[in-house]
Ligand binder design. Structure first.
Ligand SMILES: [Fe+2]
Length: 204
């Protein structure tokens, strides 16, 4: 199985940007190492499905511009993502209607690599969340640990802890099943997340 050039470029840029910001020996470094080692073997190519564009999608351009205003390695992630964007399947979080129309209209997620991704595999997931300004993503949790690469302003919270702003290029690490959320301020929030499902496939 081979990987197309655009996807290869995105993974390569993400790999560089994440490891530039992680401390060897840290739990988040070990997690990212496991995910990026697994990515050396490509999965199956996925299919694009017909879909209506989501309202939050209008903020993608601005979010990418903000990411490009940062260091060159973040700009490379933004450029590589933009090349992939037209081929991605965007979706609202399942059950998001129950959080009200503001949230439902104000967010968009896409899985780049994963069971419904551009590359299909069940051992890991790499995706992106985009929030319109002034949107709080619902509290959520999942069995796999997770590393976010933050590509915009915005705040993150774990459990009932204080909100903190990782900043452009910040890393957020979530331990398995920890409750977490994020919220945007005046700017769209844009972040890449990487989850290690290999640890807990039987729990999917
Ligand atoms: Fe998450």
């Amino acid at each position: 199985m081979s990987r197309d050039q655009d996807l290869h470029r995105f993974i390569d840029a993400l790999d560089k940007a994440i490891f530039q910001r992680l401390t060897p020996g840290s739990a988040e470094h070990d997690l990212a190492r496991k995910i990026f080692d697994a990515l050396k073997i490509p999965g199956e190519p996925g299919q694009q499905v017909d879909q209506e564009p989501l309202p939050a999608h209008q903020y993608l351009h601005k979010a990418l511009e903000t990411a490009r205003s940062g260091p060159a390695d973040l700009a490379a992630v933004a450029d590589a993502f933009e090349a992939l964007a037209p081929r991605l399947n965007w979706y609202r979080r399942k059950g998001s209607e129950s959080a009200g129309p503001v949230f439902a209209e104000g967010h968009a997620n896409t899985i780049i690599i994963g069971t419904e991704g551009l590359e299909r595999r069940s051992d890991l997931q790499i995706g992106v969340s985009l929030l319109a300004p002034h949107i709080q993503y619902v509290d959520h949790h999942h069995p796999p640990p997770e590393v976010y690469l933050v590509l915009s302003p915005g705040a993150w919270r774990q459990e009932q802890g204080p909100w903190h702003e990782p900043g452009l290029g910040g890393i957020v690490y979530n331990t398995p099943d920890i409750v977490h959320a994020m919220k945007s301020g005046d700017h769209p929030l844009f972040a890449v997340w990487c989850l290690d499902w290999a640890c807990c496939i039987e729990r999917r």
